[in-house]
Write a protein that binds this ligand. Structure first.
Ligand SMILES: CCCCC/C=C/C(=O)SCCNC(=O)CCNC(=O)[C@H](O)C(C)(C)COP(=O)(O)OP(=O)(O)OC[C@H]1O[C@@H](n2cnc3c(N)ncnc32)[C@H](O)[C@@H]1OP(=O)(O)O
Length: 394
């Protein structure tokens, strides 16, 4: 027995040492290869991986990624230096320029290494809300699903409180157009995370085109008009499932929805005067009609924040549910609605909406034109700078 035991222990030790001898050079070889050079494929994979990061890695890391990407694809900084007031582009230029004559291959490798370290330290968005097939959406800022006769468009920038950046405006328009043609009976807009939406992403104001702030304001007004137009023209029942606080344009648009269900955690805030701005989303017309001119003034002019209960009492919200049962109760109800004959629902909505459509488009155009002027005002610029500097974005 003792001999057999000894033989067994010797065999074990031999195996372990052999494995060390065998495996070490293999690992070493692999490390040497990756340390030498990342392939174009590795680089592309890393670029895709960046898009999947759910948590924002912060401005410093984003600048590093930007500069390494530019260096890897274009070589040393070749952009004219932006002006001192063009803060965001100046920061990007500084980061790229600081890489000097770093070879493209090294920049590519550094980019791959940085993304790899981020992917392991930050949660990736492959951990999306259960039941959602991310691949089927193809959106960067939304999760769009279609089942039980309901197309659900979920705002998906929870770390930014679902603030609407330019990409999100475009994706929502795209998703609405697709939903208007798909075979679902109703369409729902909701938010992922604790907010429904914090409204317009205030960093939208920082990306100034070559034509300056005037061009920026003009483009913003064009985008806004087209965006709100999609809600005015949406042909099927459109329902808002307001899962949490709503700010700015995410509130004003509610006047164009066919029903609004809110959690009792939701609040409704349109701080336009505080931001040196003016109402949009046709709210200058829909809110006074829905809740009386004086109540609309309290919200749109004085920026009074409403609780879900108050918003319901004033007709902006259709019904409020306790947060603990909100999702269950609302979706049960929506699934029942979605079983109703879709053509009848569409035609009934058309009758209700058609009487107002022309007026709504005219209001939308006027609001956008007024806002275009507001965006150029000192009041607005100061408010945006205040927010961005509070959040260290400048
Ligand atoms: C082109 C079309 C234009 C349409 C015109 C539309 C007008 C509007 O919608 S006006 C309303 C604009 N929105 C706001 O003024 C809200 C600004 N945000 C806030 O006041 C606060 O962030 C909050 C009350 C919504 C939430 O506060 P808090 O709970 O303290 O959370 P944080 O502030 O730390 O936010 C987390 C994270 O999200 C970023 N963020 C939130 N909202 C926005 C936003 N609207 N724009 C840009 N970024 C936003 C915030 O900066 C934080 O980011 P990090 O610091 O990177 O974590």
């Amino acid at each position: 027995v003792a001999m057999a035991h000894l033989a067994w222990r010797l065999a074990q030790r031999w195996c372990q040492s052999s494995l060390q001898v065998i495996s070490f050079p293999v690992v070493q070889l692999h490390l040497n290869r990756t340390a030498m050079r990342a392939s174009q494929k590795d680089f592309e994979n890393a670029m895709n991986q960046v898009k999947l990061l759910k948590k924002d890695p912060g401005n410093e890391v984003k600048l590093k990624l930007y500069s390494l990407y530019k260096q890897a694809t274009e070589g040393p900084c070749n952009m004219p230096k932006p002006g001192v007031f063009d803060l965001i582009n100046k920061a990007k230029w500084d980061a790229w320029n600081a890489l000097g004559s770093l070879p493209k291959e090294t920049a590519r490798q550094n980019y791959v290494d940085l993304v790899s370290s981020l992917s392991s330290s930050l949660e990736s968005s492959s951990q999306v809300e259960p039941g959602t097939d991310r691949k089927s959406t193809g959106y960067e800022t939304l999760m769009v699903t279609s089942e039980d006769g309901i197309t659900k468009i979920m705002l998906n920038r929870p770390t930014k409180k679902n603030a609407l950046n330019v990409e999100m405006y475009h994706e929502i328009m795209h998703a609405l157009k697709a939903a208007s043609k798909d075979d679902s009976a109703i369409t729902v807009l909701t938010g992922n995370g604790d907010y429904y939406s914090s409204g317009n992403d205030l960093t939208n104001f920082t990306d100034i085109p070559p034509g300056g702030v005037e061009e920026k304001a003009k483009n913003g007004a064009i985008l806004l008009r087209e965006f709100v137009g999609c809600f005015i023209d949406f042909p099927k029942p459109l329902i808002a499932v307001v899962n949490g606080p709503a700010v700015g344009i995410s509130v004003t648009l509610l006047g164009l929805f066919d029903a609004v269900y809110a959690s009792d955690r939701a609040t409704f805030h349109t701080p336009f005067s505080h931001l040196g701005q003016s109402p949009e989303g046709c709210s200058s017309y829909t809110f006074p009609k829905i809740m009386s001119p004086a109540k609309a003034t309290e919200m749109l002019v004085f920026g009074k924040k409403l609780t879900a209960g108050e918003a319901c009492a004033q007709g902006l919200v259709t019904e409020v549910f306790p947060d603990s049962t909100f999702q269950k109760e609302v979706w049960t109800r929506l699934k029942a609605f979605a079983k109703l004959p879709p053509n009848a629902m569409r035609i009934s909505k058309e009758i209700i909406r058609n009487r107002e459509k022309e007026k709504l488009h005219a209001v939308n155009a006027e609001e956008c034109s007024v806002l275009q002027g507001r965006w150029l005002s000192d009041e607005c610029m100061n408010a945006v700078v205040n927010f961005l500097s509070r959040k260290s974005k400048l």
